[in-house]
Structure formats: structure tokens, C-alpha cells
Design a protein around this ligand. Structure first.
Ligand SMILES: *Cc1c(COP(=O)(O)O)cnc(C)c1O
Length: 462
């Protein structure tokens, strides 16, 4: 068919729209009209040699365009990277109780700053204050947008215009441009470094004290570890110096945990309760790291200091909304029942999963995966190691199992990872030794995983 003939037999916009009832119901008339026009314009520009497409085909092309445009980049995906708390993939997956609480708070009005008992104005922090005190042993507590904000507002409140002592071994940078020296500068606190990169002694803190010092800061090194000839001063000792000097000690725990992780077979991390008990005046930690909740920054400690933090005008700029407060309260309540915590809190459930169970899952999924891949590609079960992520126990990995997918060449591997990223529910693995490894530690929805893979176009890897 000549180009002219194709152009003549293309359906009109109105003709396509006359078939588009369901599409219009989904996307709206304006969107559908626009998409049909764009498809027809494309066909006019580049008439297909096979002739003018049917009206239904034009509509299908328009629908595909609309669906692609409508697809969310925040849609759920399978995090099979082996990093359980992956910052780029949204960190903690919430517990069902937290999801229900958040959804309920979204749907209706709630007593966010209203005391249902007295009928008077209430405080939004009251929804968490009691729970946090109960779970950490602290006198008082407040909450802000994330732990970076917690550190910022605590430093600014306790030390603006004065100096803060920090060990040179703790001047960390965490991903996403959180650098302790920069945060201190923005908080208006002058950084006074003590000790050396690998060794800091008690007397280094003592020697650096002066009337100009407003606080002593201790920072969890989070994402690195110094090995060899090292020395750090224990929190209790720093707290002692701070008390003697009459200045507060702030301990930024980073991830922080409310339970003893050695009970799950992981290495021991100091718990928030221990950090409070050893004498820190203020302890800060994240909501969406090991704690397993939504993004938030907790500040717990001395009542007078928490009150001062709450009076800082920054607090208004860093406060939480009702949705996250509801999810956080529901998450924290799960810690009241330690016996069922691991079962209910996905982060801990993933970390506690026995490797034998993950290996069995890999064996179960292997045949389906092998069937989906063209002959030049291979799939095999493999052992691998997961990490917690987000700065918790950086040097520790836990044995896990997964599927190792190999391609005939690096181009094939690129195509494979791209195809998996493009699925309705994307599958994200990690590249290791020239293959794509899918660590199954966090995979619970097996039928959903198989259904997502089955949506892979048959010719995608051809
Ligand atoms: C992760 C971390 C932070 C930042 O916490 P966010 O919740 O990501 O804002 C601050 N300090 C330490 C030590 C951390 O590990």
C-alpha cells in the first residue's frame, strides 16, 4: 500500500474515540483524545508498510501510551538486592498494623492535636511520647522528620554559638550528603575535634574542655569500621566527663535498635535503652532503619532538654504529619510484645529468616525461572550474603541464598537487568561476578513474584 493510501485509510480521531468507552472511563476524555491524536500523528509521519492499522489497533496503541504515562515509579518492587534496609529502595517495609493505622489516619479526621479526654488542645508528640519513654527508659521524647533532622535540631538547641567536642574517628559522612561537620556548621555549632582518626582517649576530651564548649557529641560510625590499632571512649565515660563539666552529652546512634539483636543471631548493637542508661542526656535514632517503621527521627532524653528542643522554632519546620505518627505509634506498640515482634515486623522477620528456608525457596523457584529464560541464559541456585543496610552493623553480613542469573555476554546481562526493572512489579537484584544475583531473603510473596516474571515479554531477551 502506498503511503498516500495508508494516510487516506487511517481512522479519524472521532472514530477511534467511538470505541474508547472503557479507556475514557479510566484516563478521562481529554487524555485519551490527546493520546489518539499523538498515535495518528506518528502513523502519518511514518506510515507502516503493512498498511493502515485497524481502528482497534490505533486505540490499543493509544492505551499503551496512556498506561506507560500513568505508571508510577513508586510502584511496589521486589528488593532482592541483599540489602534489607536499602535507602534507595525506601528502607523499612512497614508492619501490617502500621499500614492499617496510616490508612485509617489518612481517610478520616483524627485527634492529632486534640485531647479527647479533656476536650482541650493536645500535643502531636503525645501520641509517641509515652511509648518512647516506656521502650527506651528515657524521661521524655520528641520526634522529627528524620534522624538527620533530629541531630540538626538537637545540636542547634544545645550548642548554637558554642563548641561541640567530637572524636576525629566519628566525623562521618553517611550517604545522601549527611556529613557531620556540615550538619554541625548549619546547626551553628563550632566543631572541636578531639583525638585522632583511629584512637581517641578520655584525656583528649578532658584536655579539649573549656567554658566555650556547649556539648559533647558521640556518633555511631554506622557505615564504616576502623580496625587495627584503635581506641574509642565508651559512652558511659564520655557521659561522666560531660556531667562533670556541666554540659550535655548527645549520642547519635544512627540506626538505633530497641531490641538486643544478638537474640536474632546478629552481632550486638547498643540498644537505645542502653545508650540512655549509660548517661547520654540526649539520644537520637532513625524510625526507618532497624526500628522498622516509616521515616522519622527520634530524640529521647532529659526532660528539660527535650522541652528546649520542642521550643526551638525549627521544630515546626521538622514536625511529622498524622499519617506517619499513626504508623509510628502502631510500629512502636509491636515492641510491647517481644514474643511476636519478629513475626510481625518485616525488618526483623527478614533478618531472622533461617538460611535453610531461603535455600528451599531458591530450589522451589529455580525451575520456573529457568523456563522463562532463553537457552543462552542460565539460572542456578546460589548461596550469597545479605547485609542489613542503612548503616547498621556495616561490617557484618548474614548467610543467605538466592538465584544466580547469567547471560551469554555483558550486553545480555544489561538487557536482563533492564527487563526485570521494567516488569509491572520490578525485580531488583545485584550484580556480582558478572551475573545477576537475586537474594531471596526478603521475598515473601512468591506467587506475586512468579506472576510478575510471567509478564516478561516472550521476545524481551531474544
Ligand atoms: C543514618 C544516620 C543518620 C541519618 O539518619 P536518617 O534517618 O537517614 O536521616 C544520622 N546519623 C547516623 C549515625 C546515622 O547512621
Amino acid at each position: 500500500m502506498s503511503d498516500k493510501a495508508v494516510l487516506r485509510s487511517l481512522p479519524s480521531v472521532d472514530r477511534v474515540l467511538s470505541l474508547a468507552g472503557a479507556t475514557v472511563a479510566r484516563f478521562g476524555r481529554a487524555e485519551v483524545t490527546e493520546a489518539v491524536r499523538a498515535v495518528l500523528a506518528g502513523l502519518r509521519q511514518d506510515p507502516p508498510a503493512s498498511g493502515a492499522p485497524e481502528t482497534a489497533t490505533v486505540l490499543a496503541l493509544a492505551e499503551a501510551r496512556l498506561a506507560e504515562r500513568d505508571r508510577s515509579n513508586l510502584r511496589p518492587l521486589f528488593n532482592l538486592t541483599g540489602t534489607v534496609l536499602h535507602t534507595n529502595l525506601g528502607r523499612a517495609v512497614l508492619a501490617e498494623a502500621a499500614i492499617e493505622a496510616a490508612v485509617a489516619a489518612m481517610r478520616d479526621a483524627v485527634a492529632l492535636e486534640f485531647d479527647l479526654g479533656s476536650g482541650r488542645r493536645g500535643e502531636r508528640d503525645d501520641h509517641l511520647r509515652g511509648l518512647l519513654c516506656e521502650l527506651t527508659g528515657a524521661e521524655d521524647a520528641t520526634v522529627v522528620n528524620n534522624n538527620a533532622a533530629a541531630v540538626l535540631i538537637a545540636l542547634n538547641t544545645l550548642g548554637a554559638g558554642r563548641g561541640a567536642l567530637v572524636s576525629r574517628g566519628e566525623l562521618i559522612e553517611i550517604g545522601g550528603a549527611f556529613r557531620m561537620p556540615d550538619i554541625m556548621a548549619r546547626a551553628g555549632v563550632r566543631l572541636v575535634e578531639v583525638g585522632t582518626t583511629n584512637r581517641t582517649h578520655l584525656r583528649d576530651y578532658e584536655d579539649a574542655l573549656s567554658p566555650e564548649i556547649g556539648l559533647i557529641l558521640k556518633v555511631h560510625p554506622s557505615n564504616y569500621r576502623i580496625e587495627g590499632f584503635t581506641k574509642a571512649v565508651a559512652g558511659a565515660e564520655i557521659a561522666g566527663i560531660a556531667r562533670a563539666a556541666g554540659v550535655p552529652m548527645l549520642n547519635d546512634l544512627g540506626s538505633g535498635t530497641l531490641v538486643d539483636l544478638s537474640r536474632l543471631g546478629l552481632a550486638k548493637e547498643p540498644t537505645v535503652r542502653e545508650a540512655v542508661a549509660e548517661g547520654a542526656d540526649i539520644v537520637t535514632f532513625s524510625g526507618d532503619k532497624l526500628l522498622g517503621g516509616p521515616q522519622a527521627g527520634f530524640i529521647v532524653g532529659r526532660r528539660d532538654l527535650i522541652a528546649a528542643i520542642n521550643r526551638n522554632p525549627m521544630k515546626r519546620a521538622l514536625r511529622l504529619d498524622k499519617i506517619r505518627l499513626a504508623a509510628l505509634a502502631a510500629t512502636l506498640k509491636l515492641y510491647r510484645d517481644p514474643d511476636r515482634l519478629v513475626e510481625r515486623l518485616p525488618t526483623l522477620r527478614f533478618l531472622a529468616r533461617p538460611v535453610a528456608e531461603i535455600e528451599a525457596q531458591a530450589q522451589r523457584l529455580l525451575p520456573a525461572l529457568a523456563r522463562l529464560l532463553p537457552p543462552a541464559f542460565t539460572a542456578e541456585a546460589c548461596s550469597c550474603r545479605s547485609q542489613i543496610g542503612s548503616g547498621a552493623l556495616p561490617a557484618e553480613t548474614i548467610p543467605s541464598a538466592g538465584l544466580r542469573l547469567s547471560a551469554p555476554d555483558s550486553g545480555g546481562l544489561d538487557r536482563l537487568t533492564a527487563v526485570l526493572r521494567d516488569l509491572p512489579r520490578p525485580v531488583i537484584g545485584h550484580l556480582r561476578d558478572g551475573a545477576l544475583v537475586l537474594d531471596l531473603r526478603t521475598l515473601e510473596d512468591e506467587p506475586g513474584f512468579l506472576a510478575s516474571l510471567a509478564a516478561m515479554p516472550a521476545d524481551a531477551l531474544a
